[in-house]
Ligand binder design. Structure first.
Ligand code: CDP
Ligand code: MG
Length: 138
């Protein structure tokens, strides 16, 4: 059964000119792009998105980074989309990411790691709703 997940091409990857190459990897892996847009978010909007990490030591730096430049939030669809995107992304720390994954190819550090992907059905639903209205998701 087809499933939707939420992803962001993060500011480091956009700054490095890797957006097109990352979208190509996502398409090659069989995802349909349901919706995508380019935008910048405020520090406060980043804090709301990552609220589950509010108590973590890296929270401040993470929100600073996510609001440091344009991003491409997107909704992706395929069978098993949530788990398959996590696999395609690779480990949070690019040094530990499997060869061929997006983070292994495009990320520089555990903080600036090129791409976000939802980690479960509940977070996917929250994250899609955080960035997209229903009329953008036909
Ligand atoms: O993005 P992912 O789900 O793989 O990792 P997370 O544990 O949900 O953390 C969210 C984001 O916080 C990561 O993607 C990194 O950008 C950042 N982070 C960090 O800066 N330092 C860490 N030790 C862990 C995460
Ligand atoms: Mg996560």
């Amino acid at each position: 059964m087809s499933q939707r997940t939420f992803s962001i091409i993060k500011p480091d990857a956009v700054r490095n000119g890797d957006t097109g190459a990352i979208l190509a990897e996502i398409a090659k892996a069989g995802f349909k792009i349901v919706s995508i847009k380019k935008m910048s978010i405020s520090r406060q909007q980043a804090e709301g998105f990552y609220h589950v990490h509010a108590a973590r030591p890296f929270f401040g730096e993470l929100c600073e980074f996510m609001s440091s430049g344009p991003i491409f939030p997107m909704v992706l669809e395929k069978e098993n989309a949530i788990a398959d995107l996590r696999k395609l992304m690779g480990a949070t720390d690019p040094a530990k990411a499997e060869v061929g994954t997006i983070r292994q190819k495009f990320a520089a550090s555990i903080g600036e790691n090129a791409i976000h992907g939802s980690d479960g059905e509940d977070t996917a639903a929250f994250e899609i709703g955080y960035f997209f209205a229903g009329v953008e998701l036909k």
